[in-house]
Design a protein around this ligand. Structure first.
Ligand SMILES: [Zn+2]
Length: 598
């Protein structure tokens, strides 16, 4: 195609206008890592206004709490060449820099990083973990702009591990094509133990910080199995490369998902204990499954993100709960658990939900919406008033999966819904889904209505009908507590500086009705001094339902006595067994539901 010179110049001018983008570059260095500081330099060029607002996010996606990362910033300054620029704070997380006609500015600040978790930055003399949304500022309105990040490791630190794209030929320099990608890419700097494996055609890097009794070859084999099984559910792996950053602590846990990386917490001595090792693999399965569920297939409110305030969604029961549920399916299919073990683990998870009084108060959609003020800000009454969208969502996933397998005689299951949702909303429409769209897809795949299911389990607080759902697949469930007449106090205690202090009072229990309070110091029960957990003392467990126990308490410095009339235990302890003699239709549903090859 040929162009006239006039048209060429016009197009050139247009392209230059549309490309009047700012260039943004960061440099992170560490002069006092032992005091937990990173020094950040932010260079912005191509500025067109006469002032610039730069902002620090207030939260990090995946962890639904306003954490006010600006609280860790100090020593802010800005220059244009050698000229010191005037600036002022105009919001809790916003600095306004006045630079008149200067088109290029350099901003400097320090970040204090001393909160060891998967979602916050931590720096000491051994390493730096940079959780990007608490380290890098963005110019207002420029979240879609690319940036480069250059890391200057402290002396003796030799490695940088991150999911960011490396710039060829420039050591420790990376690019992010927009701020969403930058904020979704944590960075580990230090002397971590790095090893690699390839699975599903993707190169995976594991960066182990903190040492540990792990067997690299075993981890490579087992983590690859998890990657393969997770990828098989969606039929494709969206990444070119993936990074696991693992922080091994004296006692660690938890993880946070990212676009092509994750941060995992682990206990450094746990890898040789079979049960704990499988627990670590479950965490790997959880965070890896997030690659699809939430990082790509996402509720409509979760992206593009507003980094300055809460982003509300009613669908964390899918984003987190279903991810917790799929840990089970992935671990089963990868051969780490048998079908019987998996079924029992799911029965245990149902018991947890039923035994949480808050599950009768708060629905899964409410739990999700209020994550910011309830799940992430628990108090002594949380178990009475709330249910975790992880726990309830895991059970919703289980019930929905069984309902689909039953409706289709084992031909379809929840995998088909998740894959169809991924294809439709992530790949085809390139946007998040609404709650109604998720329901519509479950109905389309199963051919049945999910309206009652939604009313009962998602927007309501209906009791989990475990016998019905497990029954579809020929699984027999027994409540081991049924008929048990041991009395139930409904209060737990802990020892604080030699005193026995009540820590939980359960809704509707004997302790609740009689008026035992959290923070009460228990001196004696029926005149017997207390030492252990009060609910397990023989003075309680030897009584019968309807008997009374006299509590001598100290509350706010005053002595008080309360008589507690013991009630029956309302809790369940479910035992689930796969019935190997079940009729062929049920066996077919079991097979279709679990989808395991064995
Ligand atoms: Zn998760």
């Amino acid at each position: 195609m040929k162009l006239s010179l006039a048209i060429f110049l016009m197009l050139l001018a247009m392209s230059m206008t549309s490309k009047s983008q700012e260039n943004i570059g960061f440099e992170v260095s560490f002069t006092e890592p032992q005091a937990h500081y990173a020094e950040v330099e932010m260079n912005i060029s191509g500025i067109t206004k006469d002032y610039t607002d730069v902002k620090m996010p207030v939260w990090t996606p995946g962890s639904y709490l306003v954490r006010e990362f600006a609280k860790n910033v100090e020593g802010f300054s800005a220059v244009a060449g050698s000229k010191i620029l005037k600036f002022e704070k105009v919001k809790k997380n916003t600095w306004r820099i006045y630079h008149a006609k200067s088109r290029q500015i350099r901003i400097s600040y320090r970040v204090y990083a001393f909160e060891p978790s998967v979602r916050t930055s931590f720096i000491d003399d051994s390493h730096a973990f940079l959780s990007s949304s608490g380290i890098f500022m963005y110019p207002e309105g420029k979240l879609d702009q690319a940036s480069t990040v250059s890391i200057k490791p402290f002396k003796g630190w030799e490695k940088v591990s991150t999911g960011l794209e490396p710039v060829p030929g420039k050591p420790f320099t990376f690019t992010a094509s927009n701020f969403d990608i930058l904020y979704d890419s944590p960075i580990e700097v230090g002397n971590q133990d790095v090893f690699e494996f390839t699975a599903s055609g993707v190169k995976h890097e594991v960066a182990m910080f903190g040492g540990g009794n792990y067997d690299k070859d075993r981890l490579k084999t087992d983590m690859a199995k998890i990657v393969e099984e997770a990828t098989a559910i969606y039929g494709e792996n969206p990444n070119k490369h993936y990074t696991f950053i693992v922080h091994n602590f004296y006692a660690g846990g938890g993880g946070l998902e990212h676009l092509n990386s994750t941060v995992l917490g682990a206990t450094r001595t746990s890898y040789t204990d079979e049960k704990k090792y499988k627990g670590f693999l479950e965490l790997v399965a959880h965070e890896y499954y997030h690659l699809w569920n939430v990082k790509r297939l996402r509720p409509v409110a979760l992206g593009p993100f507003d980094y300055e305030q809460e982003n509300y969604t009613t669908n964390l029961w899918v984003a987190e709960g279903f991810t917790a549920y799929y840990e089970n399916k992935i671990m089963l299919r990868a051969g780490f658990y048998t079908a019987q073990e998996t079924v029992q683990k799911l029965a245990d998870a149902i018991s947890v939900v039923i035994n949480t009084p808050g599950s009768r108060i708060q629905s899964a959609s409410e739990s999700s919406y209020d994550a910011w003020i309830k799940y992430y800000r628990p108090n002594e009454n949380s178990s009475n008033a709330t249910i975790s969208y992880y726990n309830k969502g895991e059970i919703i996933g289980l019930l929905m999966d069984l309902e689909i397998a039953n409706a289709t005689k084992g031909a379809k299951n929840l995998d088909d819904v998740m894959r169809a949702m991924y294809d439709e909303y992530y790949k085809k429409k390139a946007r998040g889904y609404t709650d109604a769209e998720f329901k519509a897809m479950a109905e389309k795949i199963s051919g049945i209505s999910f309206s009652d299911f939604w009313d009962k389990y998602i927007n309501g607080t209906g009791l989990v009908e475990y016998e019905k759902y497990f029954g579809y697949a020929g699984i027999v469930v027994k409540d081991l507590f049924k008929g048990n007449d041991t009395p139930y106090l409904g209060a737990a205690s802990k020892k604080v500086e030699g005193s026995v202090i009540i820590s939980v009072v359960t809704r509707g229990s004997a302790a609740w009705t009689a008026g035992l309070n959290v923070n009460d110091e228990v001196i004696s029960i029926d005149g017997i001094p207390v030492e252990a957990s009060i609910d397990r003392m023989p003075v309680i467990t030897s009584k019968k339902v309807g008997d009374e126990a006299l509590f001598l308490l100290k509350r706010d410095g005053m002595i008080k006595s309360i008589s507690v009339k013991l009630k029956a235990n309302p809790n369940v302890k479910l035992e689930a067994t796969v019935d190997t003699e079940a009729p062929a239709t049920k066996a077919g549903i079991l097979k279709g539901w679990l989808g395991n090859k064995s």
